[in-house]
Design a protein around this ligand. Structure first.
Ligand SMILES: Nc1ncnc2c1ncn2[C@@H]1O[C@H](COP(=O)(O)OP(=O)(O)OP(=O)(O)O)[C@@H](O)[C@H]1O
Ligand SMILES: [Mg+2]
Length: 407
């Protein structure tokens, strides 16, 4: 459970200084909802935003230097905003459930004396229980790998140095690794562990139908991977866990994929699972590798929405690629419905499609624009003049975007 109420990013490529939603450092803004679509012209930073989430994920699985090099990022010097003397900085404002106290995570990645990227500063803060307002207490604070952490579910240190709860001095042996990863692996730091689990559940999705056509060996997998290449393995897992429920899910998905009348899981003698798609006009089914790119992509998206223990934050880059434009509004409606308003799922999407955006509300659409300095700024579509009024009068977001009311 959990979602981010806001995020601030500094010095990450074209995102020199952007914030979305509510933050500890900006309490006046509204919290982010569960469905966020990011639009903007080419080069305005949509992929950079998606990549910032990916970068944070990559920092969890290795060290920050490897994360700077991974996924074509080209290393720290390419990644940090050009000519910026300041380090890369993230602030995440997170809440586990509606009545839990928000947690602020701050992460600063800079370069050490030998010009190697390292974790310059890391901090987790939370208010005292029952304290509606007031300064939060830091329960993890590391500068250059040294500092303190508080065990247990409460406590921390305030800015004046007064301490509540059980403080432990901490020094990391590797300053290129995140403190939350090292300490979150230890039972006594349950709050750090919980926050780490939340970050670990982020998922960046770049479905590529061709990889989903490859025949996979039999190996049930609970989650779709980045490219969707393990589609059949996920089907196998879902079928194994609960065949009846999986058949219901398939029946539901089938109603959303045009021209498909039935989807059947078929188990091969070697344990492998394949999916048969029955298509209008044909008596015999087709196996999934024979389906069109768009059909496979839609199927993968809908399967993603039906994951049993869903990833808490999913980021999809340009879901419209390879899909017929008329399907996009329905896909966005389903996504919006699926994420709901609770604390189980949050979905970020970048898109160029007015059809997709047509299903959304002004608060759900965020626009990236380039400033005169060449860096990007982001604002909610609802902040543009007339947009919310026109929507109330029955206009649709994608149409307004197309007509240049915003974006
Ligand atoms: N270190 C950097 N500092 C500042 N700007 C950078 C840096 N690295 C890349 N850029 C710029 O950031 C932008 C990256 O754009 P990005 O790929 O995020 O755009 P996009 O909105 O996804 O575009 P598209 O619609 O074409 O996919 C480019 O304009 C690029 O020149
Ligand atoms: Mg892009």
């Amino acid at each position: 459970m959990g979602k981010i109420l806001g995020i601030a990013i500094q010095n990450y490529g074209t995102l020199k200084n952007v914030k979305m939603g509510k933050l500890f450092s900006d309490q006046s803004s509204k919290e982010l909802g569960n469905m966020i679509a990011v639009i903007g012209a080419s080069g305005n930073g949509k992929s950079t935003l998606a990549d910032a989430f990916g970068f944070i994920s990559d920092c969890l699985s290795g060290d920050v230097e490897s994360a700077c090099d991974a996924n074509n990022r080209g290393g720290y010097d390419q990644l940090v905003s050009q000519d910026s003397a300041e380090p890369i900085h993230f602030e995440i404002y997170y809440k586990e459930t509606s009545n839990s106290r928000p947690i602020t995570y701050e992460l600063t990645i800079g370069k050490d004396k030998k010009n190697r990227p390292y974790v310059k500063e890391e901090r987790l803060r939370q208010r005292r229980p029952k304290n509606k307002n007031g300064r939060p207490l830091s329960f993890l604070y590391l500068i250059d790998g040294k500092g303190y952490a508080f065990s247990g579910t409460d406590g921390g240190q305030d800015d004046n140095g007064s301490i509540e709860g059980s403080k432990e001095e901490v020094e990391l042996s590797d300053i290129r690794k995140l403190g939350i990863v090292t300490l979150g692996a230890m039972k006594q730091y349950s709050r750090i562990e919980m926050f780490l689990d939340f970050l670990k559940s982020w998922f960046l999705c770049y479905f590529a139908p061709d990889t989903a056509r490859q025949v996979q060996t039999s190996a049930p997998a609970p989650y779709l991977n980045r490219t969707g290449s393990n589609l059949n393995n996920v089907a196998q897992y879902m079928y194994r866990e609960n065949p009846d429920e999986f058949k219901k899910i398939l029946a539901d998905i089938q109603t959303k994929i045009p021209n498909i009348t039935q989807i059947e899981p078929v188990k091969m003698p070697n344990g492998q699972m394949v999916l048969e798609f029955y298509q209008q006009g044909f008596d015999h089914p087709f196996f999934s590798p024979r389906m069109s790119d768009g059909t496979l992509k839609l199927f993968a998206y809908y399967l993603l929405l039906h994951e049993k223990n869903p990833r808490q934050l999913v980021f999809i880059e340009e879901p419209e690629n390879g899909l017929y434009h008329q399907y996009l509004t329905d896909l966005a409606i389903e996504m919006r419905k699926n994420v709901g308003t609770g604390y189980t799922k949050q979905l970020f999407v970048t898109t160029h499609s007015p059809f997709f955006v047509n299903a959304l509300a002004p608060e759900q659409v965020w626009v990236l624009e380039k400033g005169e300095d060449g860096f990007s700024a982001i604002r909610q579509a609802s902040s543009y003049e007339f947009v919310s009024d026109l929507i109330e009068e029955g206009a649709e977001m994608g149409d307004l975007w197309y007509s240049k009311y915003f974006g």
